[in-house]
Design a protein around this ligand. Structure first.
Ligand code: GLP
Length: 262
Protein backbone atom coordinates (compact mmCIF):
# COMPACT_ATOMS: atom_id res chain seq x y z
CA UNK A 1 0.00 0.00 0.00
CA UNK A 2 1.08 3.54 -0.73
CA UNK A 3 -0.30 6.62 0.98
CA UNK A 4 -0.18 9.91 -0.87
CA UNK A 5 -0.81 13.12 1.06
CA UNK A 6 -2.16 16.13 -0.75
CA UNK A 7 -2.58 19.61 0.73
CA UNK A 8 -6.30 20.04 -0.02
CA UNK A 9 -9.36 17.97 -0.97
CA UNK A 10 -9.19 19.55 -4.42
CA UNK A 11 -5.59 18.47 -4.94
CA UNK A 12 -6.44 14.96 -3.73
CA UNK A 13 -9.36 14.67 -6.18
CA UNK A 14 -7.20 16.06 -8.97
CA UNK A 15 -4.51 13.45 -8.36
CA UNK A 16 -7.05 10.62 -8.42
CA UNK A 17 -8.60 11.94 -11.64
CA UNK A 18 -5.16 12.18 -13.24
CA UNK A 19 -4.31 8.60 -12.28
CA UNK A 20 -7.58 7.35 -13.79
CA UNK A 21 -7.03 9.43 -16.95
CA UNK A 22 -3.52 8.03 -17.30
CA UNK A 23 -4.73 4.43 -17.09
CA UNK A 24 -7.66 5.11 -19.42
CA UNK A 25 -5.39 6.66 -22.04
CA UNK A 26 -3.00 3.71 -21.75
CA UNK A 27 -5.89 1.24 -22.13
CA UNK A 28 -9.03 2.67 -23.77
CA UNK A 29 -10.90 -0.57 -22.98
CA UNK A 30 -10.18 -0.15 -19.28
CA UNK A 31 -12.55 -1.91 -16.89
CA UNK A 32 -13.11 0.80 -14.33
CA UNK A 33 -14.65 0.16 -10.93
CA UNK A 34 -16.61 3.18 -9.76
CA UNK A 35 -17.68 4.45 -6.34
CA UNK A 36 -20.35 6.85 -5.18
CA UNK A 37 -20.51 9.23 -2.21
CA UNK A 38 -19.81 12.92 -1.71
CA UNK A 39 -16.04 12.48 -1.92
CA UNK A 40 -16.21 11.18 -5.49
CA UNK A 41 -18.25 14.08 -6.82
CA UNK A 42 -15.24 16.32 -7.44
CA UNK A 43 -13.38 13.42 -9.08
CA UNK A 44 -16.22 12.99 -11.58
CA UNK A 45 -16.28 16.76 -12.15
CA UNK A 46 -12.60 16.57 -13.05
CA UNK A 47 -12.97 13.55 -15.31
CA UNK A 48 -15.79 15.39 -17.08
CA UNK A 49 -13.56 18.42 -17.55
CA UNK A 50 -10.75 16.22 -18.89
CA UNK A 51 -13.23 14.72 -21.37
CA UNK A 52 -14.50 18.11 -22.53
CA UNK A 53 -11.19 19.97 -22.58
CA UNK A 54 -8.48 17.35 -23.10
CA UNK A 55 -10.29 14.74 -25.19
CA UNK A 56 -10.25 12.03 -22.53
CA UNK A 57 -12.42 9.32 -24.09
CA UNK A 58 -14.64 6.83 -22.30
CA UNK A 59 -15.98 5.42 -25.58
CA UNK A 60 -14.54 1.95 -25.10
CA UNK A 61 -14.38 1.85 -21.30
CA UNK A 62 -16.43 -0.60 -19.26
CA UNK A 63 -17.57 0.40 -15.78
CA UNK A 64 -18.76 -1.51 -12.72
CA UNK A 65 -20.07 0.28 -9.66
CA UNK A 66 -19.47 -1.06 -6.19
CA UNK A 67 -23.00 -1.09 -4.93
CA UNK A 68 -26.68 -0.18 -5.15
CA UNK A 69 -29.51 0.19 -2.64
CA UNK A 70 -31.93 -2.72 -2.46
CA UNK A 71 -35.42 -1.83 -3.63
CA UNK A 72 -34.56 1.26 -5.66
CA UNK A 73 -35.15 1.12 -9.42
CA UNK A 74 -32.59 2.82 -11.65
CA UNK A 75 -35.05 5.68 -12.19
CA UNK A 76 -35.19 6.55 -8.48
CA UNK A 77 -33.31 9.83 -7.87
CA UNK A 78 -31.69 8.29 -4.77
CA UNK A 79 -30.33 5.28 -6.63
CA UNK A 80 -26.63 5.04 -7.35
CA UNK A 81 -27.48 4.50 -11.04
CA UNK A 82 -29.07 7.94 -10.97
CA UNK A 83 -26.05 9.38 -9.13
CA UNK A 84 -23.70 7.98 -11.79
CA UNK A 85 -25.91 9.21 -14.59
CA UNK A 86 -25.97 12.74 -13.20
CA UNK A 87 -22.39 12.96 -11.93
CA UNK A 88 -20.53 11.32 -14.80
CA UNK A 89 -22.24 9.24 -17.45
CA UNK A 90 -24.35 11.94 -19.10
CA UNK A 91 -21.36 14.30 -19.33
CA UNK A 92 -18.91 11.95 -21.06
CA UNK A 93 -18.93 9.68 -24.11
CA UNK A 94 -19.33 6.41 -22.24
CA UNK A 95 -21.60 3.85 -23.91
CA UNK A 96 -24.35 3.26 -21.34
CA UNK A 97 -24.52 -0.40 -22.39
CA UNK A 98 -21.02 -0.73 -20.96
CA UNK A 99 -21.93 0.78 -17.59
CA UNK A 100 -22.94 -1.68 -14.91
CA UNK A 101 -24.44 -1.42 -11.45
CA UNK A 102 -26.19 -4.14 -9.49
CA UNK A 103 -29.96 -3.89 -9.98
CA UNK A 104 -31.41 -3.03 -6.59
CA UNK A 105 -34.93 -3.86 -7.76
CA UNK A 106 -34.10 -7.31 -9.16
CA UNK A 107 -36.78 -9.91 -8.43
CA UNK A 108 -34.20 -12.41 -7.16
CA UNK A 109 -31.36 -10.60 -5.41
CA UNK A 110 -29.13 -13.67 -5.06
CA UNK A 111 -29.37 -14.34 -8.79
CA UNK A 112 -28.58 -10.67 -9.44
CA UNK A 113 -25.46 -10.84 -7.25
CA UNK A 114 -24.29 -13.95 -9.10
CA UNK A 115 -24.99 -12.29 -12.47
CA UNK A 116 -22.92 -9.26 -11.43
CA UNK A 117 -19.93 -11.37 -10.43
CA UNK A 118 -20.12 -13.30 -13.70
CA UNK A 119 -20.33 -10.11 -15.74
CA UNK A 120 -17.17 -8.77 -14.09
CA UNK A 121 -15.41 -12.04 -14.90
CA UNK A 122 -16.67 -11.97 -18.52
CA UNK A 123 -15.18 -8.49 -18.92
CA UNK A 124 -11.82 -9.79 -17.78
CA UNK A 125 -11.93 -8.43 -14.22
CA UNK A 126 -11.61 -4.90 -12.93
CA UNK A 127 -8.45 -3.04 -13.92
CA UNK A 128 -8.80 -0.02 -11.63
CA UNK A 129 -11.22 0.20 -8.72
CA UNK A 130 -12.06 3.57 -7.16
CA UNK A 131 -13.02 3.57 -3.51
CA UNK A 132 -14.23 5.96 -0.86
CA UNK A 133 -14.48 5.00 2.77
CA UNK A 134 -17.50 5.16 5.05
CA UNK A 135 -17.51 6.11 8.72
CA UNK A 136 -17.56 2.42 9.67
CA UNK A 137 -14.49 1.83 7.53
CA UNK A 138 -16.57 0.15 4.86
CA UNK A 139 -15.49 -0.11 1.25
CA UNK A 140 -18.52 -0.45 -1.00
CA UNK A 141 -21.15 -1.35 1.56
CA UNK A 142 -19.02 -3.96 3.29
CA UNK A 143 -20.19 -3.26 6.79
CA UNK A 144 -18.55 -4.57 9.98
CA UNK A 145 -17.94 -8.33 9.97
CA UNK A 146 -17.97 -8.56 6.19
CA UNK A 147 -15.94 -11.64 5.36
CA UNK A 148 -12.60 -10.66 3.88
CA UNK A 149 -13.25 -13.16 1.05
CA UNK A 150 -16.87 -12.09 0.48
CA UNK A 151 -18.30 -11.73 -3.03
CA UNK A 152 -21.16 -9.59 -4.33
CA UNK A 153 -24.14 -10.06 -2.04
CA UNK A 154 -26.86 -8.30 -0.06
CA UNK A 155 -25.62 -6.59 3.09
CA UNK A 156 -27.63 -4.97 5.88
CA UNK A 157 -26.49 -1.41 6.50
CA UNK A 158 -25.19 -0.48 9.93
CA UNK A 159 -26.81 2.31 11.98
CA UNK A 160 -23.66 4.43 11.46
CA UNK A 161 -23.99 4.14 7.68
CA UNK A 162 -27.71 4.85 7.79
CA UNK A 163 -26.97 7.99 9.83
CA UNK A 164 -24.22 9.01 7.39
CA UNK A 165 -26.29 8.61 4.22
CA UNK A 166 -29.92 9.24 5.28
CA UNK A 167 -29.54 13.00 4.86
CA UNK A 168 -29.08 12.39 1.12
CA UNK A 169 -32.68 11.15 0.93
CA UNK A 170 -35.55 13.62 0.56
CA UNK A 171 -37.31 11.60 3.26
CA UNK A 172 -34.52 10.10 5.42
CA UNK A 173 -36.88 7.45 6.77
CA UNK A 174 -37.14 6.06 3.21
CA UNK A 175 -33.46 5.19 2.98
CA UNK A 176 -33.16 1.46 2.25
CA UNK A 177 -31.63 -0.58 5.05
CA UNK A 178 -29.97 -3.08 2.71
CA UNK A 179 -27.72 -2.84 -0.33
CA UNK A 180 -26.15 -5.08 -2.94
CA UNK A 181 -22.40 -4.62 -2.72
CA UNK A 182 -19.31 -6.11 -4.29
CA UNK A 183 -17.65 -8.20 -1.60
CA UNK A 184 -14.28 -7.49 -0.05
CA UNK A 185 -12.91 -10.39 -2.09
CA UNK A 186 -14.39 -8.93 -5.27
CA UNK A 187 -12.65 -5.62 -4.56
CA UNK A 188 -9.35 -7.32 -3.70
CA UNK A 189 -9.44 -9.01 -7.14
CA UNK A 190 -9.15 -5.63 -8.90
CA UNK A 191 -5.71 -5.21 -10.43
CA UNK A 192 -5.30 -1.71 -9.00
CA UNK A 193 -7.18 -0.01 -6.16
CA UNK A 194 -7.33 3.75 -5.60
CA UNK A 195 -8.97 4.97 -2.39
CA UNK A 196 -9.74 8.63 -1.78
CA UNK A 197 -10.56 10.13 1.63
CA UNK A 198 -10.78 13.80 2.49
CA UNK A 199 -11.75 15.91 5.49
CA UNK A 200 -11.21 15.71 9.24
CA UNK A 201 -14.24 13.45 9.62
CA UNK A 202 -12.29 10.63 7.96
CA UNK A 203 -9.05 11.03 9.96
CA UNK A 204 -9.76 8.44 12.63
CA UNK A 205 -11.06 5.72 10.32
CA UNK A 206 -8.25 6.33 7.81
CA UNK A 207 -5.64 5.81 10.55
CA UNK A 208 -7.32 2.55 11.57
CA UNK A 209 -7.74 1.38 7.97
CA UNK A 210 -4.12 2.03 6.95
CA UNK A 211 -2.09 1.50 10.10
CA UNK A 212 -4.35 -0.65 12.26
CA UNK A 213 -4.63 -4.44 12.38
CA UNK A 214 -6.51 -6.23 9.60
CA UNK A 215 -10.01 -6.99 10.81
CA UNK A 216 -13.37 -7.80 9.27
CA UNK A 217 -14.79 -5.13 11.59
CA UNK A 218 -13.20 -2.54 9.26
CA UNK A 219 -13.35 -3.85 5.70
CA UNK A 220 -10.92 -1.20 4.39
CA UNK A 221 -8.12 -2.84 6.43
CA UNK A 222 -8.28 -5.71 3.91
CA UNK A 223 -6.64 -3.35 1.40
CA UNK A 224 -3.39 -3.91 3.31
CA UNK A 225 -3.36 -7.31 1.58
CA UNK A 226 -3.72 -5.82 -1.90
CA UNK A 227 -0.60 -5.81 -4.06
CA UNK A 228 -1.31 -2.47 -5.74
CA UNK A 229 -3.33 -0.15 -3.56
CA UNK A 230 -2.86 3.61 -3.39
CA UNK A 231 -4.63 5.69 -0.75
CA UNK A 232 -4.92 9.41 -1.47
CA UNK A 233 -5.72 11.66 1.47
CA UNK A 234 -5.77 15.36 2.11
CA UNK A 235 -3.97 16.77 5.16
CA UNK A 236 -7.15 16.78 7.24
CA UNK A 237 -7.87 13.09 6.61
CA UNK A 238 -4.18 12.28 7.25
CA UNK A 239 -4.12 14.01 10.64
CA UNK A 240 -4.10 10.81 12.73
CA UNK A 241 -1.63 8.79 10.67
CA UNK A 242 1.70 7.94 12.34
CA UNK A 243 3.88 7.37 9.28
CA UNK A 244 3.38 10.57 7.35
CA UNK A 245 7.10 11.46 7.10
CA UNK A 246 7.72 8.21 5.25
CA UNK A 247 4.65 8.60 3.05
CA UNK A 248 5.69 12.14 2.11
CA UNK A 249 9.22 11.00 1.31
CA UNK A 250 7.93 8.36 -1.10
CA UNK A 251 5.74 10.81 -3.02
CA UNK A 252 8.58 13.36 -3.16
CA UNK A 253 11.27 10.92 -4.26
CA UNK A 254 9.98 7.82 -6.01
CA UNK A 255 10.23 8.18 -9.81
CA UNK A 256 6.71 6.87 -10.54
CA UNK A 257 5.22 9.91 -8.77
CA UNK A 258 7.37 12.44 -10.63
CA UNK A 259 4.68 13.32 -13.22
CA UNK A 260 2.17 14.02 -10.44
CA UNK A 261 4.24 16.30 -8.20
CA UNK A 262 3.37 19.63 -9.79
C1 GLP B 1 -21.34 5.21 0.51
C2 GLP B 1 -20.79 4.23 -0.50
C3 GLP B 1 -19.32 3.98 -0.26
C4 GLP B 1 -18.59 5.29 -0.09
C5 GLP B 1 -19.14 6.06 1.06
C6 GLP B 1 -18.39 7.35 1.34
O1 GLP B 1 -21.56 4.62 1.75
N1 GLP B 1 -21.47 2.97 -0.48
O2 GLP B 1 -18.79 3.26 -1.35
O3 GLP B 1 -17.23 5.04 0.12
O4 GLP B 1 -20.49 6.34 0.70
O5 GLP B 1 -19.23 8.42 1.35
P1 GLP B 1 -18.75 9.94 1.36
O6 GLP B 1 -17.80 10.11 0.24
O7 GLP B 1 -20.03 10.68 1.15
O8 GLP B 1 -18.13 10.16 2.68
Amino acid sequence: MEVILQPTPEAAAELLARLVAHDLRANPRLVLGLATGRTMESVYDRLTRMHLEDGLSFADARTFNLDEYVGLPASDPHSYRHYMQERLFRHVNVDLRNTHLPRGDAADLDVECQRYEELITQCGGIDVQLLGIGQTGHIGFNEPLSALRSRTRVKALSPVTVAQNASLFADPSKMPRRAITMGVGTILDARRVLLLATGAGKAEIIAKAIEGPITSMISATALQMHARCTVIVDEAAAAKLQGTDYYRWIFANEPEWEPYRS
